[in-house]
Design a protein around this ligand. Structure first.
Ligand code: HEM
Length: 138
């Protein structure tokens, strides 16, 4: 990520706080997986997951916590992770990344964050989503 100046999203824990801390992240992730569970466009990516989504909810929330500049909850519990590698076995293609982003966009619309931060967050999270697709091609 490019170097950020004080006051900008991405600087230290600015993004983490803009998302409402751990409680805000958990709310986002719960909306995200509820949407994945119901949107027809997400059926293919929903089917890649276990029937029980609780572990997926815990892991994504923990990961986003550190990714947004907050406490590194994922590595505390499960150790280091590389997102493209963690998805390599799933055969994720561009339309899957679009479905994932659709769920995340609709989830982000449901949480109490500023429009400015919502736009920033959705732009930034598209980067690892694209990397997963690129890594799957290689
Ligand atoms: C591009 C579309 C994506 C799809 C279709 C997808 C799908 C999945 C699936 C099916 C799993 C469960 C894997 C398993 O049970 O083996 C998973 C796990 C996970 N995903 Fe994604 N994912 C996507 C993008 C992302 C992005 C962009 C992030 C982070 C910004 C992310 C973070 C995670 C994390 C942290 C886990 C848990 C990994 C582990 O501990 O094994 N995913 N994802």
């Amino acid at each position: 990520m490019a170097e950020r100046k004080p006051g900008e999203y991405g600087y230290e824990d600015t993004s983490f706080r803009a998302m409402g801390g751990e409680a805000g992240i958990r709310t986002l992730v719960d909306h995200f997986y509820d949407l994945m569970d119901t949107l027809p466009e997400a059926a293919r990516i929903r089917a890649m997951h276990k029937q029980d989504l609780s572990e997926a909810r815990d892991k994504l929330a923990a990961f986003l916590c550190g990714w947004l500049g907050g406490p590194k909850r994922y590595s505390e519990r499960w150790g280091p992770i590389r997102i493209p590698k963690a998805h390599a076995h799933l055969g994720i293609v561009e339309q899957d990344a679009d479905a994932w982003m659709l769920c995340m966009t609709q989830a982000a619309a449901k949480v109490d964050i500023t429009d400015d931060f919502r736009a920033y967050f959705l732009r930034e999270i598209r980067v690892p989503a694209n990397r997963i697709v690129q890594a799957g091609r290689g």
